[in-house]
Design a protein around this ligand. Structure first.
Ligand code: ARG
Length: 462
């Protein structure tokens, strides 16, 4: 057996096929875990020293060697060789060639299986914080924009048909709510993943007296995993993380879709700044919302990652399987895609204008005050179902004669219901309706201002 063989290759005869080397390597993907791998190794070796499994001197050598490697990688001086398969092997091999014998003790009581499970958890914990910061930035952009439009009106849509009048702020604040759930969901994911698998070994633990609580504490985990078999095979948090990213993408796609529609000449509700639009190579008049279209499309990549992750996990035999290495491809792709989308959407929100004049010019189209009129009749003691029918007939009548509800005279109203009297005027027209919204969370100025105050005070407390 050749002396140049790596320890883990001694079991096998001959060298791996060239195709195998390329096929099994994950270094090209997992090298971005290097900082976490080194942090995990330092914690592990400190614990080995505490447990007298290595000497203090050996621990110092290991730690200093690892820190040097960290700097080399950070500065781009580290030579990655894919034959070493992954970031764990690459760092360990570099350590051994740097410090010799002590380096060979680093992997005592450890497997790449518990090592990689630790690394991804550490990486994801940080990544979630970064994403949460980005979510807050975007929420703030919406709240700031909402603050400018607490009195300006727009139609709220259901089925993309005009439904009822609201202030623009209320519409914008609806996205802050979606993003808040995304924020909390990511926090939940972080909470669940924050247990240390280190010390679980390959699958069954170790016969050495490892102090798992020590490494967990050093790495900032809230505790240790209870079951080594589950700990090395668990990637639930990866699926959950990608789902959380996919749902953020879903929310962003709804905004994108709205603003693609709203910025069309047919709507003209918003103007997305030129710096976030592109033109056509053929049609000189075009100003296309390509950035928003791509935000919408990225949802597909996120769903793809989620589907891939779930499928990787499906029906895997209990314990660690190499399938799990493929998790990082999708977890990183999801994180990168959603990061780019959150960044650009925040910039777009800060540079988009609502064309309030254009919106108000068409505001009385579509009988936005019809529901309020039915509720006016409820106030006059008429059962809602009946009121609904009366207003339905009135709307049909208005359509026939090309009038709005607010333009009808007392006689015309009387024909449909004697309960409608002069005071009805105060209940018709979008502005009046919005002023009368009484329920918490409704689309009026008062409710929007309350929400803005809520968000501002919440962030002040952060
Ligand atoms: N690169 C591998 C991964 O990401 C490390 C674990 C390899 N373990 C093994 N028993 N082959 O999962």
């Amino acid at each position: 057996m050749s002396k140049s063989k790596k320890s883990w290759e001694k079991r096998l005869s001959g060298q791996p096929d060239k195709l195998t080397i390329d096929f099994v390597e994950s270094l090209s993907i997992d090298k971005r875990l290097y900082k976490y791998d080194i942090a995990g190794s330092i914690a592990h070796s400190q614990m080995l020293a505490e447990q007298k499994l290595i000497t203090k001197v050996e621990f110092k050598q290991i730690k200093n060697g690892l820190l040097e490697i960290e700097t080399e990688i950070a500065e781009g001086r580290f030579k990655f060789t894919k034959k070493l398969e992954d970031i764990h092997m690459a760092i360990e091999a570099a350590l051994i060639s740097k410090i010799g014998q002590a380096g060979k003790k680093l992997h005592t009581g450890r497997s790449r299986n518990d090592q990689v499970a630790t690394d991804i958890r550490l990486w994801m914990r940080d990544e979630i914080e970064t994403l949460q910061d980005k979510i807050i930035l975007l929420q703030r952009a919406f709240v700031e924009m909402a603050g400018k439009h607490t009195k300006d009106l727009m139609p709220a849509f259901t089925h993309l048909q005009r439904a009822g009048p609201i202030v623009i702020a209320a519409y914008l604040l609806s996205f802050v709510e979606q993003l808040e759930r995304d924020f909390v969901r990511l926090g939940n994911c972080s909470f669940l993943l924050n247990v240390s698998p280190l010390g679980s070994g390959a699958v069954a633990g170790s016969t050495l007296p490892l102090d798992r609580k020590s490494t967990a504490k050093q790495l900032g985990f809230s505790g240790i995993s209870r079951n080594s078999i589950d700990a090395v095979g668990d990637r639930d948090f990866c699926a959950e993380f990608i789902f959380d990213c996919a749902l953020i993408a879903t929310h962003l796609s709804r905004l994108a879709e709205d603003w693609i529609i709203y910025s069309s000449s047919e709507f003209g509700f918003v103007s997305v700044d030129d710096s976030f639009c592109t033109s056509s190579s053929m049609m000189p008049q075009k100003r296309n919302p390509d950035v928003l279209e791509l935000v919408r499309a990225k949802t597909g990549s996120l769903y793809g990652s989620l589907m891939a992750m779930l499928t990787i996990l499906k029906a895997q035999p209990t314990g660690y399987n190499r399938d799990l290495q493929e998790d990082k491809v999708h977890v990183f792709a999801a994180a990168d895609t959603i990061t780019a989308s959150l960044d650009i959407v925040a910039a777009i929100v800060l540079h988009t204008k609502f064309n309030t004049e254009k919106i108000s010019a068409g505001l009385e189209e579509g009988f936005l005050d019809a529901t309020a009129l039915a509720e006016y009749l409820v106030g006059k003691g008429i059962a809602f179902r009946q009121a609904h029918g009366i207003v339905g007939s009135l709307v049909a009548y208005c359509e026939r004669c090309g009038k709005k509800l607010a333009q009808l005279g007392a006689d015309e109203f009387k024909k449909y219901s004697p309960a409608i009297t002069k005071d009805v005027k105060k209940h018709l027209g979008s502005k009046n309706v919005v002023g009368k919204y009484a329920t918490d969370g409704a689309g009026g100025t008062r409710q929007a201002k309350k929400q803005i105050a809520y968000w501002k005070s919440k962030w002040q407390r952060l």
